[in-house]
Design a protein around this ligand. Structure first.
Ligand code: ASP
Length: 306
């Protein structure tokens, strides 16, 4: 293994060379059970709901012989007005070998990381920060694409649905720019379109991308459809945003019209934008993605701690 990750706060810490090593390591770890993280402890903490990321990160730790402590936010001293920064410093100081943190806002994980770096250098994994950052999910998405298609080069990726505040879309689109020939379709109504700053970044890096409101127009073109629910929980007015109907719904009828070998990813949770009937179709890879995500997190933890 070449470069070691000292922390993983944003997808910008992952380059193609390291990701390729992580893909190989993830695949090796799928069939090798060893205890390379014996004696290591991960502490996890989040102020936002998490079903997959936290359990998959904890599972990855256990699968490699390590252990974890999860501090439920409902029982933490944040309820006594302790700052998140102090909470994170505490978890690092009591002996964690790595922290897995998720936060509703984008910035506080960076502030905590800066403080921890001064006091007790413990690696931090950003397990979801606001509507911007989700590096381990993006690495898992890429690994899934590689496993399913054998390559990432030259693929046409359609991002579909609630793109504006989707941290998984944001992080994945950024990472995809490192693979040659990748083209992107940004399928969303204007108010849910990808952040302007990221579109500018794609432009500046000469990535071929097209914005469209028509899923129909790319259905027979894209190789990978990456769907995101409307990110109503990151909206300034969540209760209103929550009532919006999804602009596009994948169902048996439209999925059947995709290209041969085309497939759908979705980071879940799904709301109404993905019909359950699609779960039984060969074009869905979003359930397998959860398995690959545990392998990718095993690879990341192994890179950091072993
Ligand atoms: N589970 C993903 C996340 O944490 C996707 C989502 O919430 O829609 O960002």
């Amino acid at each position: 293994m070449g470069r070691k990750l000292a922390r993983l706060l944003t997808e910008k810490e992952l380059d193609k060379e390291l990701l390729t090593e992580l893909f190989d390591l993830a695949s090796t770890l799928e069939h090798t059970r060893d205890n390379r993280l014996a004696g290591k402890v991960l502490c996890s903490y989040t102020d936002e709901e998490s079903t997959r990321t936290m359990t998959s990160t904890q599972m990855a730790m256990l699968r490699l012989g390590g252990q974890y402590i999860h501090l439920p936010s409902a029982g933490s001293s944040e309820g006594k007005d302790e700052t998140f920064e102090d909470t994170a410093v505490t978890l690092a100081t009591i002996g964690a070998d790595v922290l897995a943190l998720r936060r509703r806002d984008e910035e506080s994980i960076f502030a905590a990381a800066a403080r921890i770096a001064q006091l007790c250098p413990t690696p931090i994994i950003n397990c979801g920060g606001g509507g911007m950052y989700h590096p381990t999910q993006a690495a898992s998405d890429l690994y899934t694409i590689k496993r399913v298609r054998g390559t990432i080069d030259g693929l046409k990726i359609a991002f579909v649905g609630g793109l504006n505040n989707s941290r998984t879309v944001n992080s994945l689109a950024y990472l995809l720019t490192q693979w040659p020939g990748v083209e992107m379709y940004l399928v969303a109504p204007d108010h849910l379109q990808l952040k302007a700053s990221l579109r500018l970044y794609l432009n500046d890096h000469r990535i071929v991308f097209r914005e469209t409101t028509s899923l129909e127009s790319v259905l027979a073109i894209a190789d990978v459809f990456y769907q995101s629910r409307i990110q109503w929980n990151h909206d300034a007015n969540p209760e209103v945003a929550r009532l919006q109907k999804p602009p596009y719904v994948f169902n048996h009828e439209n999925v059947s019209r995709m290209k041969e070998k085309a497939f759908i990813l979705h980071p879940w949770p799904r709301n109404q934008e993905l019909a359950r009937e699609v779960d039984l179709m060969p074009q869905q890879q979003y359930i397998k993605l959860m398995h690959y995500a545990t392998l990718m997190r095993m690879a990341i933890l192994s890179n950091m701690l072993a």
